[in-house]
Design a protein around this ligand. Structure first.
Ligand SMILES: Nc1ncnc2c1ncn2[C@@H]1O[C@H](COP(=O)(O)OP(=O)(O)OP(=O)(O)O)[C@@H](O)[C@H]1O
Ligand SMILES: O=c1ccn([C@@H]2O[C@H](COP(=O)(O)O)[C@@H](O)[C@H]2O)c(=O)[nH]1
Ligand SMILES: [Mg+2]
Length: 237
């Protein structure tokens, strides 16, 4: 469901600028969606002919399997996968002036200032050419959530929550072997604390709005994807 939550939506202009000039009808549809104050029901799901923007937040603790399952969703349903952590890591490797601050924050398992992450997500959305997005590992806190809704002028259609016991998450992260600076036991402990203190309130917020699909994240990748598949299939229309 897209609900306009700000008087001027920058997501609106983002989508406007990403639509090729010769797709006037397509552009008009975005205008229609974002210029109404009425709640627009997402009855159509994400395969509607109108190609209305569709956002899923993918949340869960460190190592719960968000990235792994997002790759499968991309294959089956054509979403663009935007991992906030990957966007931040890319920013570090691009030698941006914010790189050092981001690296220090990640090493400490803390949360990067909201406007930095939202701007990276916004740019990635603008340049994607797609209209359906998996935003993985964001929003990390209520402050992140509020910043996203204010800057983008939109809420997610729904939220996937990968529910995984801490010991399983620790085991997976420690055997991930991707050379991440935060995949060590000290940082994992901090990330788990931050997840409980700051990320769970976001999940609870959307849960109270009836937007959360909880996935049991224990099992084989394929078993977990069966649950994911059922959810996405219900939104395919
Ligand atoms: N169902 C599963 N069973 C066992 N291992 C898994 C499963 N799903 C993913 N993994 C492995 O666990 C590790 C963490 O998975 P993944 O990177 O997808 O988690 P994540 O939620 O994106 O973590 P982070 O928040 O730290 O980025 C990876 O090495 C992945 O291959
Ligand atoms: O919205 C976000 C997402 C991530 N971070 C920081 O990056 C690391 C790694 O994130 P993953 O999702 O596990 O790849 C996370 O611990 C945070 O330090 C962030 O600040 N904001
Ligand atoms: Mg990940």
């Amino acid at each position: 469901m897209w609900r306009r939550v700000a008087s001027h939506s920058s997501l609106f202009s983002a989508f406007k600028s990403s639509v090729p000039k010769n797709q006037a009808a397509y552009r008009f549809k975005f205008l229609e969606v974002f210029s109404t104050e009425i709640e627009t029901p997402a009855k159509e799901g994400f395969s509607s002919r109108e190609r209305v923007p569709f956002i899923t937040f993918v949340l869960g603790g460190p190592g719960s399997g968000k990235g792994t399952q997002c790759a499968k969703i991309v294959e089956s349903f054509g979403f663009t996968h935007l991992s906030a952590g990957d966007l931040l890591r890319k920013e570090i490797s691009s030698n941006s002036d914010k790189g050092a601050m981001i690296l220090d924050t990640i090493k400490e398992g803390k949360i990067v200032p909201s406007e930095v992450t939202v701007n990276l997500i916004q740019r990635a959305i603008e340049s994607s050419g797609n209209y359906k997005f998996l935003i993985d590992g964001f929003p990390r806190s209520e402050e992140n959530r509020i910043a996203f809704e204010r800057i983008m002028g939109a809420e997610p259609n729904f939220v996937l929550f990968f529910d995984c016991p801490e010991d399983e998450m620790v085991k997976r992260v420690l055997s991930r072997n991707q050379g991440r600076v935060d995949d060590n036991i000290d940082t994992i402990k901090k990330r788990l604390k931050v997840f409980v203190a700051l990320n769970l309130p976001v999940i609870n917020y959307y849960s109270e709005k009836g937007k959360v699909h909880k996935i049991n994240a224990v099992g084989t990748e394929d078993e977990i994807f069966e649950q994911v598949l059922r959810i996405f299939s219900a939104y395919e229309s």
